[in-house]
Design a protein around this ligand. Structure first.
Ligand code: BES
Ligand code: MN
Ligand code: ZN
Length: 500
């Protein structure tokens, strides 16, 4: 969506490495100066200058190291960047991705405007060549991403690198297409996440959804407060009424499948700012709560990728969006609201608002007779304490769906960790005044939040991803959206399309 992202061009290059005319060619070197296939060809063509440089001790192939050589004789590229890959026998997914990121950053620090990356020829664990190329595109997109629209002067990319080529392999073209769509979806999710809450409001998200719909031919409906009232979304609207920014409930439809094929429904939490409400959060990291719309942002990001790939299946996206602020109209601890399902909820803590907006969206999802519903939400701080920032927490009421998501997460390298949804935990949600309370105490906070949602997802196959630790990075000058779990969602849908 951003200009820069559109300016990045990716393609596949065929031909022998020494003959590829470009500003920089990137080749891998393994531990103890062992050359990759492309590096070997470049070395031979240049009369051994690469091995000489390695012998001199400038680089030994250790993972993460790089060495830039210029103007090598009989090599069409102006520069050769050698990238350390570590031990050849155990080139892991992580080292491979780290090496691509290091390479792209090193090239972008030169004056190169284009590059040929040959690293996708390498064997990574048990992965096939489509995987290595898809991941190369995803990681390159991630590494070159900048968000500077809020700066008075746009810096753009470090250098001017905007054309990336990967080397041809068996499945490179297919991998590139999928990787690129994922990268584009991540960029949209990151842009939305990084846009501050005074700009990225529920109305703004609604507008973005309509733009997406226009570009890719989705059906799109953005429901306002009155429409949600008519539907009886008492729980969602109770959160929204603490803010003067109007709530929006976004509904997107991609009808790529057969008419009557049951859709996959994606539901994303989009609290554009979470101050906690009357149960106000401490000021510490409150600024980061503009990322509390990341679930909804990921749904829009996934839709961009779905549209670009033209997936042959039916997908519905639901994004309930509002702010959670303290105000004279805001929910108060002890208030009891009636959800769209008819179940009543005692709001013991107004900061547990994500589940209050999701529960009505989950009830609304029933009308689409879904084959599966997957919701994503920056739902609990407890999830970050339990799992840190590497996996998203996965909950499901259906084993098969859980396994499909676990497989897609592994394939997309956007990993999840399965968590329990046992009945024992449900007891923590007891209320003597209403059907349930909206919090279950400190113990197992991510689990009891999922248990709460499960009560609204009884009529279909459902999974929930708590993405509080994975959707964005924290820190004063390091914070930023990661675009997760767009890779997982898109991979899951690609694999679903393959099965149906
Ligand atoms: N949006 C937060 C969860 C969150 C916290 C995400 C930190 C990322 C980082 C959510 O609405 C929330 O406030 N949850 C409460 C629930 C509690 C009151 C039961 C939490 O986790 O503290
Ligand atoms: Mn909250
Ligand atoms: Zn929240």
């Amino acid at each position: 969506m951003s200009a820069k992202d559109n300016a990045l061009q990716f393609s596949i290059k065929t031909g022998s490495p020494e003959s590829l005319r470009c500003d920089c060619i990137v080749a891998g070197v393994f531990d103890h100066r062992k050359l990759s296939a492309s590096a070997r060809i470049l070395d031979k063509a240049s009369g051994g200058l690469i091995s000489n440089a390695l012998k001199s001790g400038d680089m030994d192939g250790r993972s993460g190291s790089t060495l830039l050589l210029r103007d090598l004789p009989d090599i069409a590229a102006s520069r050769v960047l050698l990238v350390g890959m570590g031990k050849q026998e155990d080139l892991s997914e992580k080292s491979y991705r780290d090496a691509i990121a290091a390479a792209v950053k090193a090239v972008s620090n030169t004056a190169s405007t284009n590059a040929v990356i040959t690293l996708n020829e390498l064997k990574v664990g048990k992965r096939h060549s489509g995987w290595t190329t898809a991941q190369a595109a995803i990681v390159t997109g991630e590494a070159l991403y900048r968000f500077d629209r809020m700066k008075s002067k746009q810096e753009g990319q470090i250098g001017k690198l905007n054309r990336i080529n990967f080397i041809a392999t068996d499945a490179a073209a297919k991998g590139l297409k999928q990787g690129l769509a994922i990268a584009h979806g991540m960029t949209l999710a990151r842009d939305l996440g990084n846009t501050p809450s005074n700009v990225c409001t529920p109305t703004y998200l609604g507008k973005k959804a309509k733009e997406l719909a226009k570009t890719y031919g989705f059906k799109c409906k953005v429901m306002d407060k009155a429409a949600c009232e008519k539907l009886g979304m008492g729980s969602f609207l109770s959160v929204a009424k603490g803010s003067d920014k109007p709530p929006m409930f976004i509904e997107l439809h991609h009808n790529g499948g057969k008419k009557g094929d049951k859709p996959v429904v994606l539901v994303g939490k989009a609290i554009t700012f979470d101050a906690g409400g009357i149960s106000l959060k401490p000021p510490g990291d409150m600024d980061e709560m503009n990322y509390d719309m990341s679930g909804g942002g990921a749904v829009l990001g996934a839709f961009r990728a779905i549209g670009e790939l033209g997936l042959k299946l039916n997908v519905v996206g639901l994004v309930p969006s509002c702010e959670n602020l303290p105000d004279a109209h805001a929910n108060k601890p002890g208030d009891i609201v009636t959800s769209m399902s008819g179940q009543t909820i005692e709001i013991l803590n107004t900061d547990a608002e994500g589940r209050l907006i999701l529960c009505d969206a989950l009830t609304y999802a029933e009308r689409f007779k879904p084959a599966a519903v997957v919701d994503l939400a920056t739902l609990t701080g407890a999830c970050v304490i339990a799992l840190g920032s590497h996996p998203s927490a996965l909950y499901a009421n259906d084993e098969k769906l859980a396994q499909s998501l676990e497989k897609a997460a592994d394939n997309a390298w956007d990993r999840v960790w399965r968590m329990p949804l046992w009945d024992e935990y449900q007891e923590q949600l007891k209320s003597n005044l209403a059907d349930m309370a909206n919090i279950g105490g400190r113990a197992g906070g991510s689990i009891t939040a999922a248990c709460f949602l499960s009560r609204f997802a009884k009529n279909y196959s459902w999974a929930h991803l708590d993405i509080a630790g994975t959707a964005y990075r924290s820190g004063r000058d390091k914070k930023g959206s990661t675009g997760r779990p767009v890779p997982l969602l898109v991979q899951f849908l690609i694999e679903w399309e393959g099965k149906s």
